[in-house]
Design a protein around this ligand. Structure first.
Ligand code: S3P
Length: 433
């Protein structure tokens, strides 16, 4: 597929003010879409993610027999295949989406037939050995291309396993659970660092019984899923760009409504509060066990302090690290990030690309195999930014640009649409110039 490269000029801002309601969470939309397509009956979702990644999940599941209707207002209706997919006569295109490829592989490994999964250039470089290992231990046959996509699955009946994930990954956990859901016996996934638990909550919402302990999740298969109606909470990883933008301007005030506040996703709020921003959470509610609330943020008059992000926190904040690193030069004491080696195998090598783009803006930064040191108290200037086809890099540097001197040109700005097509318009709405 040929994508047209777009450039976006970002001018400095004086302040960030306003109130926004963000599109549905990408992680939750993937799971609701995939499970609904596999369940029995018709599910209805409002505020479904508008990102291209979740569209990839829906398109793949449609090719496998689900019926999907999308509406202009971001609502979606999904009629599922009641546990039996129809193998497609063409490769399933996961686009840029690691979540689609890894989670769907688990679902399909237990289904009779041959399935081929492909992705774009970025996804075709990302590690897939991590799903082949547990699925093969369950008896599935997965053929990779030098450890990557394209991948072929010869699906069929599997055996239950007890699996400890070597890297913290919610996608791998979900992959194994979706295979286990369809497999006789108890399948357990153990993780040393607890990753986002949307799959566990979503499986329960669709009627499955899931057992959890502090470090493990188990499913006894086979179990059938039943359709649900749900409103998808706003995406906190998309909110991260606005929260960080607001944190940069003394006098800022931003309100984000109906935002997902799942504790396995909300560590960013503690980190920004630790940097000195004032954060209030109002109207907390639970929807299908997902917490949703209103977040108010305002920045400290004296500017942001400093912080270190290491260990389990680095894993929990993995998607928010690019934007935290991008605003780090504007803090007083800088930000130190370690134990984040996974950043190198995301949609791009995010450690290298963050360092490169910070330097382009005149910042000093030290790059490590598993992180970055970004000193504080720096002044940045506008520069051409290479988004590297990575949505989170494009958006992170649009935020850094708000406090830079002069204009910043985001090259490859279209990649924001992978998770957040509305990003640049909403940024214009809240950035006072
Ligand atoms: C996701 C899990 C994370 C995250 C990705 C979405 C998910 O990846 O980086 O953006 O929805 O499960 P890993 O599972 O590879 O850590």
């Amino acid at each position: 597929m040929h994508t047209v490269t777009q450039e976006r000029m970002i001018r400095p801002a004086r302040n960030v003010l306003g109130s926004l309601r963000l599109p549905g969470d990408k992680s939750i939309s993937h799971r609701y879409g995939m499970l609904a397509a596999f369940a029995e009956g018709t599910s209805r979702f409002t505020n479904f993610s508008t990102g291209a990644d979740c569209a990839s999940t829906l398109a793949c599941m449609e090719s496998l027999g689900a019926k999907i209707t999308r509406h202009e207002d971001s609502s979606v209706e999904v009629t599922g295949v009641a546990g039996h997919v129809t193998p497609a006569d063409h490769p399933l295109d996961c686009g840029n989406s690691g979540s689609t490829m890894r989670m769907m592989s688990g679902l399909l490994a237990a289904q009779p037939g041959r399935f081929t999964l492909v992705g774009d250039a970025s996804l075709s470089r990302r590690p897939m050995e991590r799903i082949r290992k547990p699925l093969e231990a369950m008896g599935a046959c997965l053929t990779l291309t030098e450890g990557h996509a394209p991948l072929a699955i010869d699906g069929g009946p599997l055996r239950a396993i007890d699996y400890t994930t070597p890297v913290p990954s919610a996608q791998v956990k979900t992959c194994v659970l979706l295979a286990g859901l369809q497999t006789e016996g108890v399948t357990t996934v153990r993780e040393a660092i607890r990753t986002r638990d949307h799959s566990e909550l979503a499986l329960r919402a669709f009627g499955a019984t899931i057992e959890r302990t502090a470090e493990s999740v188990s499913v006894r298969g086979p179990q059938a899923l039943q359709a649900i109606d749900a409103a998808v909470p706003g995406d906190i990883s998309s909110a991260a760009f606005f929260l960080c933008a607001a944190a940069l301007f003394p006098g800022s005030s931003l309100v984000l409504d109906a935002l997902g506040m799942n504790p396995t996703r909300a560590a960013l709020l503690d980190v920004i509060a630790g940097l000195g921003a004032r954060i209030a959470v109002l109207n907390l509610e639970e929807k299908h066990a997902e917490l949703v609330g209103t977040v108010q943020i305002s920045a400290p008059a004296e500017g942001l302090g400093s912080t270190q992000i290491t260990g389990a926190l680095a894993a929990q904040l993995i998607d928010e690290l690019p934007v935290l690193a991008a605003i780090a030069p504007y803090t007083r004491g800088g930000i130190r990030i370690r134990d984040a080696k996974e950043l190198r195998v995301k949609e791009s090598d995010r450690i290298a690309l963050v360092a490169k783009n910070l330097r382009a803006m005149g910042a000093e930064v030290a790059e490590f195999e598993d992180g970055l040191d970004v000193p504080g108290g720096q002044k940045l200037h506008g520069a051409p930014i290479d988004a590297g086809g990575d949505h989170r890099i494009a958006m992170a540097f649009a935020v850094a640009a708000l406090r830079a001197e002069g204009e910043t040109l985001i090259q490859g700005a279209e990649s924001a649409a992978i998770s957040f097509p509305e990003f640049f318009d909403l940024l214009d709405q809240v950035a006072e110039r």
